[in-house]
Design a protein around this ligand. Sequence first.
Ligand code: AMP
Ligand code: MG
Length: 315
Amino acid sequence: MFCINTASAQWFQNSFQVMGTQAHVEFWLDGEHSDKVSSEQLIALVQQEMQRIDIAMSPYKPKSELSLVNNEAGKEAVKISHELFTLLEESQKIAELSDGAFDITYASVGYQYDYRQKIKPEQDAINSALNAINYRAVALSSKDTTVRFTHPDVKIDLGGIAKGYAVKQSIALLKAEGIKHALVSAGGDTALLGDRRGRPWYVGIKHPRAEKRTAVQLPLTNESISTSGDYERYFIKDGVRYHHIINPKTGDSARKVVSVSIIGKDSTVVDALSTTVFVKGLKGGMAFIDTLPDYEAIIIDNQQTMHMSKGLQQN
Ligand code: AMP
Ligand code: MG
């Protein structure tokens, strides 16, 4: 853990591995709060919260609530936690809004890719699994908080939204403890509480083709930003890049753009929208974001040109 002391207050920051990525927490603890709660306790709180969400929602943990749903919901309605139900409802709303560009059932094909082992499904396998990609086949009943798949081969995955939810929860926990200035990130998803004490936070968007470089630094206060990139999890085979963001209509990686960042207040929505706009591409993605007044986009196209949505453009 790293900390800077002044007479009455301290900056703390710490990083750890969770949800298959690196998480980072940074906050300002002033004298008033350090009497009640220690920085170690606050960091542990955030870490435990992210681990708890991972344990419930990981598709790689055979006993996670999500895995239970994937195993059972094709056969019968499965009773789920209020938390998972709410996240599924949010996912479904964005699926509707985006005309299926965001679709958690992408996983019906998505699970056949293995980016570490450089394995992609054969076209025949994609074709026969494609009709199981359909968010409308996820039936939610709010009366009894159950989920049921109306197609037996449907699988779901929350990788496009769960990290945004985890950073949102983490910021809420810090806020409840009286913290006023904080940054929490998990992979490409960052949530900010307040400013950096009188100055904005600076959040970088990675250069999509130069790992150690930053494409742009953005001054932000009290916002969330999420970046989806084709360089996060990928392999190249026969000159083609196969990466983790899947076009639900084709079962293939989306290749119209290389990086999408979304800025807005709600980290969960911002996370889902970055994946959505990545699938939609530059033209469709910008047109879509311009219909959502609370959200802005920065898109890097596959010629490595950066584009900003209307709300970010200076007159
Ligand atoms: P992100 O880095 O937020 O764009 O999330 C990428 C993750 O979202 C992938 O690793 C998958 O778990 C998931 N995903 C991929 N394609 C889609 C899609 N079309 N709709 C919803 N989730 C997706
Ligand atoms: Mg996302």
